[in-house]
Design a protein around this ligand. Structure first.
Ligand code: AMP
Ligand code: GLY
Length: 420
């Protein structure tokens, strides 16, 4: 079959890599892709936020299956448009994508599904939000309702920080994303990510991971899109996974279907785990980035079969075949990220690295120029490795990191510290 993947990050490079392992894939196009993806697949420069442009491109190129990587095209209704045109697509509808696009909507679903999550209140004006914060005290969490590229959440350890966040959000700092604000109870515990496929009825867990949000070692520095991940996450034990599926995920899927907006695609449950009990922090309606990179390295070719079964509504016939393995991905970012950083530096040493089912460098913000690989974004490379133990996987990843010659880049040296 002919497959189209939408997106341009390390997540999409990993999806492309896994899809290409599967003999069902005859041809693969990634739009828009990046320099690493261009080494393994055709890339096409289309506007993936324009549903009609995606449909037209898919029709012209005889695409049989579209896999949507990031949340923005989902929230724009790309999957709805493809489905209406009879093109099979992996990812939720625009309505179902509200589980990520609106924090207030997710809270409403959690209430209806009786899923454990932080206590909360919703506000559409600054004065009542301020009064609520004063009454609750700190720590407290302030969230812009809409999509804000991961920047719309303020975990306030002091009341003043929360009040400042209210000023920013209602002052337009987050555009329309901040027109409504959710204020939440601060939850303590250890965070982990759980990835579950759903075809609208059945669910199938496909892996756990832990991300590292802070820029520097020891979880110091500013928040980022993610500086590294590993899978599996030991804190998400079988018992916690079972509780999460029973109390949070299945009731959510049932509630979405009851409302006539069934959820189809991968559901990424961000969890806070304390004393062996998980509560929901948030849902995302896509794979995590860089969590996808470790999941794909572990799943390999079966990832395509699973995504197809999910889109075709036959997930109940599927199972995941796990090896006893561990994977880790170390993000190399441009110095300065997540603040201001330079673009255009040359990355050397990639050619000599092993490329096999235990070693892969997935590209995020890269460009090819005159045969050289150039940094063109904040998060630039995802150095990803697999092993029988986490220690082995980690040694492989950092061995690759050390061989990459890119003085303008940096990475954390402690990815997976919690699990080791
Ligand atoms: P989100 O964008 O919802 O993932 O939030 C970003 C991060 O803020 C999460 O990964 C958590 O680390 C933190 N966070 C969000 N909500 C809460 C909460 N209610 N209690 C504690 N930390 C939170
Ligand atoms: N790594 C966090 C995310 O993809 O949202």
């Amino acid at each position: 079959m002919n497959i189209l993947i939408l997106g341009n990050g390390g997540r999409e490079h990993a999806l492309a890599w896994a899809v290409l392992q599967n003999p069902k894939c005859d041809a693969l196009i990634v739009a828009p892709g990046n320099a690493g993806i261009a080494q393994i697949a055709a890339c096409a420069d289309i506007d993936i936020l324009n549903p009609q442009a995606v449909v037209d491109f898919a029709a012209e190129n005889a695409i049989d299956f579209v896999i949507v990587g990031p949340e923005a095209p989902l929230a724009e209704g790309v999957v709805d448009a493809l489905t209406q045109s009879g093109i099979l697509a992996f990812g939720p509808s625009k309505e179902a994508a509200r589980l990520e696009a609106s924090k207030a909507f997710t809270k409403e679903i959690c209430d209806a599904a009786k899923a454990p999550t932080a206590a909360y209140a919703r506000f559409s004006d600054a004065a009542s939000a301020r009064a609520y914060i004063e009454a609750q005290g700190a720590p407290i969490v302030v969230k812009a309702d809409g999509l804000a590229a991961g920047k719309g959440v303020i975990v306030a350890m002091e009341v003043q920080t929360a009040l400042d966040a209210i000023e920013d959000m209602f002052g337009g700092e987050f555009g329309t994303a901040g027109a409504e604000v959710v204020i939440e109870e601060f939850m303590e515990g250890e965070e982990a990510s759980f990835f579950i496929l759903s075809d609208g009825k059945s669910i199938l867990p496909i892996g756990t991971a832990q991300d590292h949000k802070r820029a520097f070692d020891n979880d110091e520095g500013p928040n980022t899109g993610g500086m590294g991940a590993y899978s599996p996450a030991p804190v998400l034990s079988d018992a916690v996974a079972e509780q999460t599926l029973r109390e949070i995920v299945q009731p959510t899927i049932d509630e979405m279907s009851k409302r006539g907006t069934p959820y189809r695609g991968v559901l990424y449950a961000g969890l806070m785990i304390k004393d062996g009990h998980a509560r929901l922090v948030e849902y995302n309606v896509r794979f995590g980035d860089p969590e996808c990179q470790v999941l794909m390295l572990r799943l390999g070719a079966q990832a395509l079969d699973l995504m197809l079964a999910c889109a075709e509504g036959r997930l109940d016939q599927m199972q995941v075949n796990w090896a006893k393995d561990h994977a880790i991905s170390v993000v190399m970012a441009a110095k300065g990220y997540p603040g201001a950083y330079e673009k255009g530096s040359v990355i050397r040493g990639l050619e000599v690295l092993l490329k096999d089912s235990n070693h892969m460098v997935f590209h995020a913000g890269t460009k090819a120029e005159d045969g050289a690989i150039i940094a063109s974004g904040g998060r630039v490379l995802n150095v990803t490795a697999r092993g029988e133990t986490l220690t082995e996987a980690r040694a492989r990843a950092y061995d690759m990191v050390h061989k990459i010659d890119w003085p303008e880049g940096f990475c954390r040296s402690d990815i997976a510290w919690r699990a080791l």
